[in-house]
Design a binder for this molecule. Structure first.
Ligand SMILES: [Zn+2]
Length: 453
């Protein structure tokens, strides 16, 4: 396949008249700027690398918008979590697959072509293992395969109900795993997906309250690929951690695990200045989920000091209450502007230039690392993933270079995405996924049954 982009965002910046050749194995063969248009090539106006959602809980898409009314005078994150547990309690493997397929189709349509699925819903109701222990993981893989999105599955260890080692509550039984069991799920999924280049496997540790780091140390050594952990999302979690181990969560994690570039610290909302510096120094990626963090009232990540310390970050759609990389980046920047009473707040001090351009590139780099991918973007050898933007959905015509990304993030009424290529195949054309109707019908049926509507 051959494409010709009038302007395209390459690793060294925006270039004109770019010839893009895709090989039959779904990778970019050549990316050549300042070219003539080859005969038979598809001409596109604006081409950018697609984004990566580095943190998702697919099943939570089944409750989007249902937790927005106050149920008691002290409604908090923890009341939201009760509703989420009720959904997790009911969902079957087939329903999981239908919801994940719909969600991943939405992701592709919005401009994501890779998702890291932080997956802890492993067992049947009552905590009974399925005949094939990786059943739920394999269903997530089927969903990604069917709609054609890249997946980094993170089978997630969830051992206990709190820092003090208390057992899991009944509502958490479906999550119960040991390091040995997670090792089995990892190897079962890896062997099942051997011939599927879009699907890969890393490792998740649910949180410091749910995992004993010492017990997980052999698992961390044995497994390759990225390691993700929820950390310091809520103030209450920080207080419990200090009370039980005498250290703040990120402080504890940095001193009790070999946190390096392989790690993604999801949320890390509540940090002291020494934790900010330590996390930036470690090379780990901060997995920021601005829409969900705003929705749940988590707090604001200290982005200004973190980027000034050289920290890396990417974005995740997390609860999937709304799926759009453009809106994630907008929410991230606006939270910082409101907090600091400045503009262009995400840019490091002394850095001049486009906020949107900088945010977009940072999210690409952080997302690539967190998903465990070697290469990403419009570069020869990388998987052939890209977005063709829809000029009609940008707020102004004739935009060029980073002004395109500023306009797309801050001024678009909806994701300004027209066509999406993943693994060398078109998955979205004219803003619509190729399997839109069948995937939507299955999702509607499942939601109706699951929510008893
Ligand atoms: Zn999460």
């Amino acid at each position: 396949m051959e494409l010709f982009a009038e302007q395209a965002l390459l690793p060294d910046g925006w270039r004109r008249n770019v010839r893009i050749t895709v090989s039959s194995d779904g990778r970019f063969d050549a990316i050549v700027p300042d070219s003539d248009m080859p005969a038979g090539a598809e001409r596109k106006a604006i081409v950018v690398p697609s984004q990566l959602s580095l943190h998702s809980h697919a099943f939570q898409r089944g409750m989007a918008g249902l937790a927005e009314s106050r149920q008691n005078p002290a409604d908090t994150f923890w009341t939201w979590r009760r509703l989420m547990y009720q959904l997790a309690h009911r969902i079957s493997p087939a329903q999981m697959q239908d919801i994940a397929s719909y969600l991943y189709m939405e992701m592709l349509t919005a401009g994501y072509t890779q998702v890291a699925e932080f997956h802890y819903l492993h067992h049947a109701s009552g905590g009974v293992a399925y005949g094939q222990v990786a059943e739920m993981s394999l269903r997530v893989g089927e969903a990604a395969h069917a709609v054609g999105i890249g997946l980094t599955l993170l089978p997630t260890l969830y051992e206990r109900g709190g820092f003090d080692g208390r057992p899991l509550q009944e509502a958490q039984e479906r999550f119960a795993t040991t390091p040995e069991l997670i090792g089995r799920i990892v190897s079962e999924t890896r062997s099942a997906w051997a011939g599927r280049p879009l699907l890969s496997v890393g490792l998740g540790l649910h949180s410091l309250r749910a995992v004993d780091l010492e017990a997980a140390s052999d698992l961390l050594v044995a497994q390759t690929g990225p390691v993700h952990i929820h950390v310091a999302e809520q103030q209450k979690e920080v207080e419990e951690c200090v009370a039980s181990v005498g250290a703040r969560p990120v402080e504890y994690l940095l001193s009790h695990a070999d946190v390096d570039e392989r790690w993604c610290l999801v949320h890390a909302t509540h940090l002291s200045s020494s934790e900010v510096a330590g996390m930036a120094r470690s090379g780990a990626v901060a997995g920021l989920c601005p829409i969900t963090e705003a929705n749940l009232g988590d707090g604001l990540f200290p982005l200004e000091s973190y980027v000034n310390d050289g920290g890396r970050f990417g974005i995740g759609s997390d609860s999937n209450v709304l799926v759009s990389p453009w809106e994630e980046l907008r929410t991230l920047e606006y939270g910082q502007r409101l907090f600091t009473q400045t503009r262009c707040a995400a840019l490091p001090a002394e850095t001049l230039g486009s906020t949107g351009g900088w945010l977009y590139r940072q999210a690409l780099d952080g997302g690539r690392r967190a998903c465990g991918l070697e290469a990403w973007g419009l570069v020869a050898g990388a998987r052939a993933d890209l977005c063709v933007l829809d000029e009609d959905l940008l707020p102004l015509p004739y935009l060029q270079d980073d002004a395109v990304l500023d306009a797309a993030i801050f001024g678009s009424r909806q994701p300004p995405v027209k066509n999406v290529l993943c693994g060398g195949q078109w998955r979205v054309r004219d803003g619509r996924h190729l399997n839109h109707d069948s995937v939507t019908a299955a999702f509607r049926r499942t939601v109706r049954t699951l929510l008893d509507l």
